[in-house]
Design a binder for this molecule. Structure first.
Ligand SMILES: C[S@@+](CC[C@H](N)C(=O)[O-])C[C@H]1O[C@@H](n2cnc3c(N)ncnc32)[C@H](O)[C@@H]1O
Length: 427
């Protein structure tokens, strides 16, 4: 019997248990990762990598299935989320008392308004931002490092424990609820108040209640989650897919979904979580929004397309460049070129770290630029050929895409059905 793989799109079941801790619109379904592992039937000692790990679906499911895992993402908020999911269920009963202690600590901490302008004041009045900062400080003091407060720099995030990450996610959830009015119909965009008067005021008690409530909900689902096998290597770090901190030929399996090629702003989508970690809007704009693959921001230097990207990619770029509509040959051409440049470099990195005969499974979705079809699955297949990978199987799923929920997308675009493909390569 032909073995099949469930649709990678998240469904209602993907919002239960640990996957429901944080609704990452870009995440794929745990069922898809479980089916893919069954389909590949890897050796039990295999190491599974996701270089675009997002909410950690691949690493979480593979770890539950008994594999050692490595996950990278350029977004520290996502690394914290994937780390939280590695918390052992046996800790669930200790969560309540720890939560009480955190509140107690935050309550008695005599922190003044930070000398640095707190990024949370983008949405909140100063006192509200300070209450949240005190809770974050308490998490750090009790569970990260009691020497002094450091806002969530990459070093801190890479070394943070799954327990501290769990409480960070509780705080992310509480603050998301407090700032719910700034969400828009586009899940990747968070609005900002234009005046001081529009900023949110919160009561300390209300924040603490929300924190306790969210932590209790998470602890409940943690207690019924699967126990994790001891002795597995689990490495979750902030790193770019274009420079993966791994030895060559060290990975057996890659299961991943590269960033979409529809100018999705992954950094802005998580700007509230990043503000909790101390990222200012300036830092977001100057660094993370630029470095993320698929960003709508233009790099200082546009790369030159090369023949190695394959005929479908070059044909698409030519059509965009020659398209008569506004900014096609400037802004749009540049965003696509930088996307393909980064993706090609990332494929090169996957090729370097994957063992010979290793498997690489990528979930890729096509899209349209105006009336020009961006056949991303074929572009990835051709890029894979460049690295001498063969395609074992392609699973095709038809459905709608993020474009359909973006009000600004043209009617022409909205009427197009997207195709999501699961590409299974062998190196
Ligand atoms: C489609 S999402 C992956 C979602 C993931 N499969 C899940 O289940 O949550 C792509 C991810 O790539 C990350 N990303 C963007 N540019 C990156 C880069 N240069 N290096 C590593 N990760 C990057 C984004 O932060 C985003 O989380």
């Amino acid at each position: 019997m032909e073995r099949s793989i469930r649709n990678p799109k998240r469904d209602a079941s993907s919002r239960q248990g640990k996957t429901g801790w944080y609704d990452y619109y870009a995440g794929f379904s745990p069922g898809f990762v479980a089916d893919t592992l069954n389909y590949l039937d890897p050796h039990p000692k295999s190491i599974v990598l996701d270089p675009w790990n997002g909410s950690g679906t691949t690493t979480n499911v593979a770890q539950e299935a008994g594999f050692s895992v490595v996950g990278f993402d350029i977004n520290p908020a996502m690394i914290i989320l994937s780390k939280a999911k590695t918390l052992d269920p046996s800790v669930a009963n200790s969560i309540g008392p720890l939560c009480d202690e955190l509140i107690e600590k935050a309550d008695h901490f005599r922190m003044q308004h930070p000398v640095w302008s707190d990024p949370l004041t983008t949405w909140l009045v100063k006192d509200g931002a300070l209450y949240i900062r005190k809770l974050e400080w308490a998490i750090q003091k009790l569970l990260v490092d009691n020497k002094g407060y450091r806002n969530g720099g990459i070093r801190t995030v890479n070394h943070i424990s799954s327990l501290a990450s769990f409480f960070y996610i509780g705080l992310f959830r509480a603050v998301r609820l407090i700032l719910a009015e700034f969400r828009s119909s586009n899940p990747t965009w968070i609005k900002q108040p234009k005046t001081e008067a529009e900023k949110v005021t919160i009561k300390k008690r209300h924040l603490h209640q929300l924190f306790v409530q969210n932590i209790s909900e998470m602890a409940l689902s943690l207690s019924s989650s699967q126990y994790l096998q001891n002795g597995l290597d689990v490495r979750l770090e902030v790193a770019s897919s274009e420079a993966q901190p791994l030895d060559k030929q060290s990975i057996d399996i890659v299961i991943s979904s590269p960033p979409y090629c529809t100018r999705i702003d992954y950094a802005m989508a998580t700007c509230i979580e990043l503000a909790i970690l101390g990222y200012t809007m300036e830092k977001l704009n100057e660094k993370m929004r630029i470095e993320m693959i698929g960003t709508p921001k233009i790099h200082r230097k546009t790369p030159e397309p090369t023949i190695e990207w394959g005929p479908t990619c070059l044909g698409f770029l030519k059509d965009v460049r020659e398209h008569g509509s506004r900014a096609s040959k400037t802004y749009y051409y540049k965003t696509y070129t930088q996307y393909f440049d980064s993706v090609f470099a990332s494929m090169g990195e996957i090729d370097r770290v994957l063992k010979d005969n290793g498997k690489c499974v990528l979930v890729v979705q096509d899209s349209y630029y105006k009336d020009v079809h961006n056949d991303l699955p074929s572009i990835f297949v051709e890029m894979g050929h460049h690295y001498n990978w063969s395609v074992d199987s392609r699973f095709v799923f038809k459905g709608s895409s993020l474009v359909a929920i973006n009000k600004r997308a043209s009617r022409h675009q909205q009427s197009k059905k997207r195709t999501e493909e699961v590409l299974i390569f062998t190196k």
